[in-house]
Design a protein around this ligand. Sequence first.
Ligand SMILES: Nc1ncnc2c1ncn2[C@@H]1O[C@H](COP(=O)(O)OP(=O)(O)OP(=O)(O)O)[C@@H](O)[C@H]1O
Length: 264
Amino acid sequence: MDRVPAFEAKGIIKNFGRIQALKGINFSIYPGEVVGILGDNGAGKSTLIKVFSGALAADEGEMLLEGELCHFTSPQEARDSGIETVYQDLALATDLDIESNLFLGREILKKGWREKFGFLDRKAMFAEVEELFTKLNIRVRDLSSNISDLSGGQRQAVAVARAVKWGNKLVIMDEPTAALGVEQSAMVLDLVRQVRSKGIPVIFISHTMPFVFDVCDRIVILRLGEVVADLNVKDTTVNEVVQYITGSLQSESIARLQQSSIRS
Ligand SMILES: Nc1ncnc2c1ncn2[C@@H]1O[C@H](COP(=O)(O)OP(=O)(O)OP(=O)(O)O)[C@@H](O)[C@H]1O
């Protein structure tokens, strides 16, 4: 494949004391691709996305964004480079309203002399929230609500909407459908498809196999800190994926990985 990956990681190693959480991970994702990262508890998924999103520093390895080396010392630096992450705990300020959460740290200021004094242009921000929520088909009765007044699904939608708004290079979603009902999960999956249709790649971490098969183009499986399989969704089955996750297909996976690296 001679296209440049939107994002690439090479030889990522991360140890916590004696625990080797990541043992040299190679990963790439292309524009407009949704890649699921799967693995059992403790496989290294969260550690890997924390490295990708600047929340943790890798001990070794490098990352490239659109072919350029990148190095993040904080999540803010990753965000400034266009990598947005939806964390399991959502990381929303619950005592603030939707608009404040969407624009936290990126507020629109009033123009003219007021800009100097940091006056916020609430009208402009609210109008953007309205437009974004309409475009994304997110249903919230009162857009001026505080996060604490929203349901779990609506909070999830706000976190995803924020990532969609600002993530112009890569969106990472860690269990975005955890604890959601059927309808709300469908809304989140729809948002993932909308991000993909803009050509922005999405890393989708989930334990829910039907969602992974529904929305992902490719599945990367981690086991004990290593990539054990990299599969096109069209060419695999839930059964096969489960076997890789549990380790019963480990030796075959190595041959498969070698084949896929020859093909690319
Ligand atoms: N801060 C930490 N300190 C020590 N060990 C850690 C830390 N974070 C993760 N680990 C260890 O690193 C390994 C990978 O953990 P990680 O949380 O990345 O796995 P995971 O695949 O996300 O699991 P889960 O699905 O349970 O969230 C585990 O052995 C875990 O105990």
